[in-house]
Design a protein around this ligand. Structure first.
Ligand code: GLA
Length: 488
């Protein structure tokens, strides 16, 4: 095609910028461009993102363009500065903070990298309960600390540590590999691990040999959040592969599905993997990760889910943790045996909060009957952090077999009292002080929903038995801290 005006060169075509991930896989960005006079239209597909170009300017060989997409109900936008030289397209993403790294794209055949055809979601039915996760799952996950750096040796080291440092005995039994383990599929479509994980079956055997279980991660979309291979169109095949490797837990993360399905279709999409896991014949805990969209707590159990994320990603900061944790009250009624709200993984020990704040994190998650999935480097953990993760009396609150998630019963400014009814009639009572400064707090038992005035309590962080007097309890609570009681 000969350009009519404007550009000296013709940009029309399908361009690929390929960047090695360093593990044998490649990050692929496709720019499918049509140039007409001096305007550029087309699409941009970068792993899990699929944008449509909405604006362009400049020329003939230097230009910028903006592309946008909808992610659920929120728009996303990218802007590039590009130049064409010797049939190479040089692109830099213009980000608000600083420009991204330069990418160099070459022409590839039309159709390469196109979004796969949409497979309609199945008709809804109720997936049989797998009977797993009778109490909230406990274990470890690679993402919070290691992100894309997770590999076979880290996972083995973590399994060794958990088998030796008391965590296994305390209940932390799932060793979960998050995103970036995935390799490319073979000619039959079988999923393979990448170079960081030379042999997934051998790794699973190793983890099992330590008396632990192993978890893995995938997405219902063609790509995962980190841009790796997802399970789209391969759900049953992947479930069979996971079962054959010996996988015991799957975290299934929406990300790459967003270009093919809208939020209202999530249930069917998650049901598909729920069915596939059951059909695999192996007991596999099913963890839904779609950031609490579409009231997942209402249908999570129906798709076979044992737990579902209720929020976006946690960060290792007091504001993130407390914002997420203290926002869970409205979801208490959706937790039940085998089916848990998941306010995301623990950040305890990752360094961004004080020990007081980490004790509040551990206490709040335990009150919430949340999964206790450690996210720190447990191979090298100070005793002070181990003592938080290993507090057996706090863990007993989390794992209480009645499975009743706590409610906020009192709130006054930045002070909140939450209570949780335990099997056998005890109550867990948590006095949280969200303020920066230490603050005296008072719980009046009747106002905290207790029908009888309790006589005794145990402080689960100071390990003191307390004799209670009268209708209330008063304690000084540290800033960003907690006093956690088991009240008899
Ligand atoms: C999403 C999830 C995280 C983690 C990353 C991995 O952001 O919410 O927990 O799994 O993807 O890419």
């Amino acid at each position: 095609m000969i350009p009519t005006t404007g550009f000296a060169a013709d940009l029309t075509g399908n361009w690929l910028a390929a960047t090695p991930n360093g593990d044998g896989t490649t990050r692929r960005a496709y720019f499918n461009l049509t140039q007409k006079d001096s305007s550029i239209s087309g699409t941009v597909r970068i792993t899990q993102f699929f944008y449509t170009i909405s604006e362009s300017s400049g020329g003939p060989t230097n230009f910028t363009f903006t592309a946008s997409m909808m992610d659920g109900s929120s728009p996303r936008r990218v802007r590039y500065e590009a130049s064409l030289a010797a049939d190479e397209l040089h692109l830099t993403e213009l980000r608000p903070d600083r420009p991204g790294p330069e990418m160099v794209a070459h022409r590839v055949p039309n159709g390469e990298g196109a979004m796969p055809a949409r497979i309609p979601p199945p008709a809804l039915h109720k997936v049989r309960d797998n009977g797993l996760a009778k109490t909230p799952p406990m274990g470890w996950n690679s993402w919070n600390k290691f992100s894309r750096r997770v590999d076979d040796s880290i996972v083995r080291g973590v399994a060794d540590a958990i088998a030796q440092n008391g965590m296994r005995e305390a209940g932390y039994i799932y060793i979960n590999i998050d995103d970036t383990w995935e390799g490319e599929r073979d000619a039959e479509g079988n999923i393979r691990s990448n170079q960081k994980f030379p042999n997934m079956k051998a790794l699973a055997d190793y983890v099992h040999s330590k008396g632990l279980r192993i978890g893995i991660y995938s997405s219902p979309g063609p790509n995962t959040c980190a841009g790796y291979e997802g399970s789209y169109g391969h759900e049953e095949q992947d479930a069979r592969a996971f079962a054959a490797w010996g996988i015991d837990y799957l975290k299934y993360d929406w990300c790459g599905a967003r270009n093919l399905y809208n939020d209202a279709e999530m249930q069917g999409v998650y049901q598909k993997m729920g069915d596939a896991l059951l059909q695999s014949g192996r007991p596999i805990v099913y963890s839904l990760c779609q950031y609490g969209r579409s009231d997942v707590w209402r249908w999570g159990p129906d798709v076979g889910g044992n737990l579902w994320r209720t929020t976006g990603d946690i960060r290792d900061r007091w504001d993130s943790m407390s914002h997420i944790g203290f926002d869970q009250d409205r979801l208490a009624k959706f937790a039940s045996t085998g089916h848990w709200n998941d306010p995301d993984m623990l950040e305890i020990g990752n360094g961004g909060m004080s020990e007081t704040e980490y004790r509040a994190h551990m206490s709040l998650w335990s009150m919430l009957a949340a999964p206790l999935i450690a996210g720190n480097d447990v191979r090298d953990m100070p005793a002070s952090i181990a003592s938080i993760l290993l507090n057996r009396e706090v863990i007993a609150i989390d794992q209480d077999r009645a499975g009743k998630q706590a409610n906020r019963v009192l709130q006054s400014g930045e002070q909140e009292v939450w209570t949780r009814e335990l099997a056998g009639g005890d109550f867990a009572v948590a006095l949280f002080n969200r303020a920066d400064e230490p603050t005296p707090m008072k719980v009046e038992w009747a106002k905290a929903g207790m029908k009888k005035t309790p006589q005794r309590a145990r402080d689960l962080w100071t390990f003191r038995d307390i004799k209670l007097h009268g209708h209330a309890y008063v304690a000084e609570v540290p800033g960003h801290g907690v006093v956690l009681l088991r009240v008899q």
